[in-house]
Ligand binder design. Structure first.
Ligand code: CMC
Length: 422
């Protein structure tokens, strides 16, 4: 049997045979038969926007691989910087490549003092850290005008290092500005995640003691968030980057997409939801409200996972490791009860709604001492190598500018009336 589909235009009787390649049919072949007839797919649920060698995801089976490696193995055996190297430089680093990579990143971590003085301090005292992050990444475009040379692979490589390196510095700076603490500059002697924790939480002149269990857990959380193929923010990178905008404004657009509660903002929304429920005795009422369409169960559901999100499974185990150090999070009982009730309820079963990566991550972050407004910022730090890997992959393949079609449903042709008769 041929691995193809045949489309017949019943108006003319003409047909075209379209090969099935890796589970896709070419829209070009469709257009050759049906010029001016568009696919109606506003959320791109049935549209492949890219050929990508970065991440493989099977939502039905609950599988996630970065460049062929299962997420479970990466989470257990690698650090975030190794995974970042895998994503943006195609392979896990050797021991000597890792040393060079760590040095490159550490050297690029500081940010211009003007950032602290002029950019961070220009925001309102109660500015949300994600708003500060999005604006600050965009502002970085004005500090590195050379970054506009996006067709030069060496320039792209330099900007990728800068962005991965500076993200924690900007994130910690945004936090310290909010809480009125002096900025802490990056320490090149520390590993990536210890350095971030020190920039966040160091007080006074005494050295910051990093707890290795918490550091490793946070580093692993970054690994889990590092890429997730064509999600909303990565698609934003590909769409904005396809116009040949510079990488800073491109990544800022991705961070803006991440901010929303349906995407990366869900981790903060989960915590607010758990706080709102308050006690596990209120869970049943809450679930009734969800089923009546009055609420969403945040941290549940996914466009592509119709099974347990493999990242959520790893996170649930990590939560216990973290709580052994920090003491348990009182909201954990509410979360566990919510999961238990939802997974046994027909509404959630019928719709294949399972916990996603954001369901447990907020509880872990909160126990580590991060305020809720930092949760999505942490997601952004983890996702930065993924965004950049897609940006680089797209540009290295000479992609065309993203420009979908639309179905026009507005008024038909009409004449502009005189202002007095409108
Ligand atoms: N709570 C209650 N009902 C839900 C939920 C939920 N969290 N998610 C989906 N549904 C229902 C939805 O109402 C619909 O019901 P019906 O068929 O009766 O209309 C059905 O399930 C199918 O959902 P959908 O709206 O078609 O799903 P989608 O693929 O468009 O949306 C989603 C995916 C993640 C935006 C959505 O599940 C959601 O809003 N979840 C809560 C927010 C969240 O946790 N987001 C994090 C996603 S994972 C991390 C990331 O990628 O950022």
């Amino acid at each position: 049997m041929a691995d193809s589909v045949t489309i017949t235009d019943n108006r003319t009787g003409q047909t075209v045979e379209v090969p099935l390649v890796d589970g896709t049919v070419s829209a070009k072949a469709w257009s050759s038969l049906l010029p001016g007839v568009w696919f109606d797919d506003p959320s791109f649920s049935a549209t492949s926007g890219a050929d990508s060698a970065i991440t493989f995801l099977d939502g039905g089976a609950g599988l996630l691989h970065y460049r062929g490696y299962p997420i479970e193995q990466l989470a257990e055996r690698t650090t975030f910087l190794e995974v970042a190297h895998l994503l943006v430089r195609d392979e896990l680093p050797t021991a000597s490549q890792l040393k060079d990579w760590q040095r490159e990143i550490a050297e690029a971590a500081p940010i211009h003092e003007n950032f602290h003085k002029r950019i961070f301090e220009g925001f309102r005292d109660d500015a949300h850290t994600m708003g500060v992050l999005v604006s600050s990444i965009a502002a970085m475009s004005t500090f590195w005008p050379d970054s506009k040379d996006i067709e030069n692979p060496d320039q792209r490589r330099a900007e990728i290092v800068r962005l991965i390196a500076k993200m924690p510095t900007v994130a910690a700076g945004a936090y310290r500005r909010n809480v009125g603490l002096p900025y802490v500059f990056p320490d090149p002697e520390l590993d990536y995640t210890s350095n971030f924790l020190a920039m966040m939480f160091k007080v006074g002149d005494s050295p910051y003691e990093v707890n290795p269990v918490l550091r490793d857990a946070l580093d692993m959380l970054f690994v889990l968030h590092a890429d997730h193929e064509q999600n909303c923010s990565t698609t934003a990178v590909r769409v904005v980057g396809s116009s040949h905008a510079d990488p800073y404004v491109t990544v800022a657009s991705a961070a803006a997409a991440l901010y929303g509660p349906r995407h990366g903002g869900a981790n903060e929304a989960v915590l607010r939801m758990l706080e709102g429920i308050g006690d596990y005795s209120n869970v049943d009422n809450f679930i009734t409200e969800v089923k009546a369409g009055e609420q969403k169960l945040m941290g549940f559901g996914h466009r592509v996972y119709k099974n347990y999100d493999p990242r959520a499974k790893i996170l649930k185990d990590t939560a216990h490791r973290v709580f052994d150090v920090t003491g348990t999070n009182p909201l954990l009982d509410v979360a566990l009860k919510l999961e238990e009730v939802a997974l046994a309820d027909e509404y959630f079963v019928e719709r294949s709604l399972y916990p996603n990566v954001d369901f447990y991550s907020g509880l872990i972050y909160q126990s580590m001492g991060f305020p809720a407004e930092m949760f999505t910022v942490l997601f952004a730090i983890g996702r930065t190598p993924g965004w950049l890997a897609h940006w680089d992959e797209m540009l290295s393949r000479n992609s065309r500018i993203a420009r979908p079609r639309q179905r026009y449903i507005g008024p038909a042709d009409r004449d502009v009336p005189d202002i007095d008769s409108r």
